[in-house]
Design a protein around this ligand. Structure first.
Ligand SMILES: C[S@@+](CC[C@H](N)C(=O)[O-])C[C@H]1O[C@@H](n2cnc3c(N)ncnc32)[C@H](O)[C@@H]1O
Length: 287
């Protein structure tokens, strides 16, 4: 598998994963099971241009990051060890916080579709769409949905500009996406999520706990997460509010994770939040 040789991940963690934690034979067999390039081409959106932040980085020590099939082949096997105390429990915690009965769900940056699948299983009547920039992650997601006999639509697209119609989605989710996007991109994606939701629709985000990550810059080196420190310095709560969401709440989950929820408010409620022009404000003296 193509991994870089100069990262802490490669020097210390890769050998541990490769020789102890991962079923290397099974991964190699999956890697050889299809022509990833050719099948990736079939679902690739030919008009899509990969953003710079995405194609210039080697996420998790894999050369080319998610634009390398190896990232898709190894993703689930590694992720099970990096979501304590238990990956399924953490992902289900997001599902449990959904307060509506959505009919159309969009999982943004769906990767190999682990959360997308849980969403479909929780809401079997709903139309569920998973969207991702990596054709290889989408191929792995399709394999998993097929194995679970679930009908999910997987779309090759950019979350910053999905091309989906305004107000067409009841629930939009993103798990483990925003620690991998620069804050300006995260804010563009949140505005796109707002546009896609119908009034009253929900957004739910699961990611690393920003407050905790501010004190863990060593994680950047170990897992080769190029944007995680910028993510940690920001506030998803604030970004959600700036994108227009109401009833925004973020709660810590098992110390290292956080779940944020927001709702697209009625137009009238939004107007209330708008800051009046400085000249119209009463001239209160600040103490
Ligand atoms: C850490 S993975 C998370 C995958 C999945 N949501 C999960 O919970 O396991 C981040 C994913 O976001 C995707 N991604 C990053 N930027 C994106 C963008 N602008 N639009 C769509 N997908 C994006 C990557 O290709 C990758 O599959």
């Amino acid at each position: 598998m193509t991994v870089r040789k100069d990262t802490l991940f490669e020097r210390y963690l890769a050998p541990l994963f490769e020789h102890v934690l991962l079923d290397r034979q099974a991964l190699m067999a999956y890697r050889r099971s299809k022509d990833w390039e050719q099948e990736g081409d079939r679902l690739r959106n030919p008009t899509l241009v990969y953003p710079d932040y995405y194609q210039s980085q080697h996420f998790h020590g894999v050369s080319g990051g998610y634009l390398n099939p190896d990232a898709a082949v190894t993703y689930d096997a590694i992720t099970q060890y990096v979501l304590p105390p238990n990956e399924l429990w953490i992902r289900k915690s997001l599902i449990e916080r959904i307060q509506s009965r959505p009919r159309r769900i969009l999982d943004i940056g769906c990767g190999t579709g682990s959360t997308t699948l849980l969403l479909k299983q929780a809401f079997p009547q709903a139309e569920v769409i998973g969207l991702d920039l990596s054709p290889y992650m989408l191929l792995a997601a399709k394999d998993k949905a097929k194995a679970a006999h679930q009908l999910i639509q997987f779309v090759h697209g950019n979350a910053e500009q999905t091309g989906l119609p305004d107000g067409s989605i009841d629930l939009v989710t993103a798990t483990l996406l925003f620690h991998e996007t620069p804050p300006a991109v995260s804010q563009t994606i949140l505005r796109e999520m707002f546009r896609l939701l119908r009034v009253g629709g929900e957004v739910l985000l699961l990611d690393g706990n920003q407050a905790m990550l501010r004190h863990s810059d060593w994680l950047t080196d170990i897992f080769e997460e190029p944007y995680i420190q910028a993510y940690a310095a920001g506030s998803l709560d604030a970004w959600l509010g700036q994108a227009g969401f109401g009833a925004v709440q973020t709660e810590d989950l098992w110390l290292v994770h956080q779940i944020s929820r927001g709702v697209k408010p009625l137009e009238s409620t939004r107007v209330q939040f708008e800051t009046p022009a400085i000249a119209e404000q009463p001239g209160w003296a600040m103490g």
